[in-house]
Ligand binder design. Structure first.
Ligand code: FES
Ligand code: FES
Length: 149
């Protein structure tokens, strides 16, 4: 049986290789922090890291994820600068989009430690927030990027 490394732990996965990674994460590994929004790669709710880079778990199949390290929101430490900044600036409203927002931001700030606001807006533009927390998201991503310098 193939196994998938999620958050540093091997999870045996008895499923079709074509199963979306999102279902593997939520229904087989039982990690429900990663959310289902649109299912077509358009909302960002399902964002995880594959090999350290942000990816849409609804658009990646199990067969393409096996052999790569998958990280979900549960795998990010509470001390991560993005988690801290989102908490300090009270970014979440309903919170539904936040795991995806945080994973997207965590991937982005690895590349840019001093981003301009418009770069942050661009980087986060694929992550929809129905509560409209966009201004706080940009501020928190900026703070998190600065915190790692
Ligand atoms: S659920 Fe994957 S991008 Fe919307
Ligand atoms: S905080 Fe509610 S959808 Fe973003």
């Amino acid at each position: 049986m193939p196994a998938l490394n999620i958050n540093g732990k091997e999870h045996p996965v008895d499923a079709e290789q074509s199963m979306p990674l999102l279902w593997v994460i939520r229904d087989i590994a039982g990690l429900t922090g990663t959310k289902y929004g649109c299912g077509i790669g358009e909302c960002g709710a399902c964002t995880v890291h594959i090999g350290g880079k942000a990816a849409r778990a609804c658009k990646v199949i199990l067969g393409d994820a096996v052999g790569h390290d998958v990280t979900t929101i549960e795998g990010l430490p509470d001390t991560h600068p993005v988690i801290r900044a989102f908490a300090q600036l009270k970014v979440p409203a309903c919170g539904f989009c936040m795991p995806g927002q945080i994973m997207q931001a965590a991937s982005f700030i690895k590349l840019r430690s001093d981003p301009e606001d418009d770069e942050i807006v661009q980087a986060m533009s694929g992550n929809i927030c129905r509560c409209g927390a966009y201004e706080r998201i940009v501020a928190a991503v900026k703070q998190a990027a600065g915190a790692q310098r």
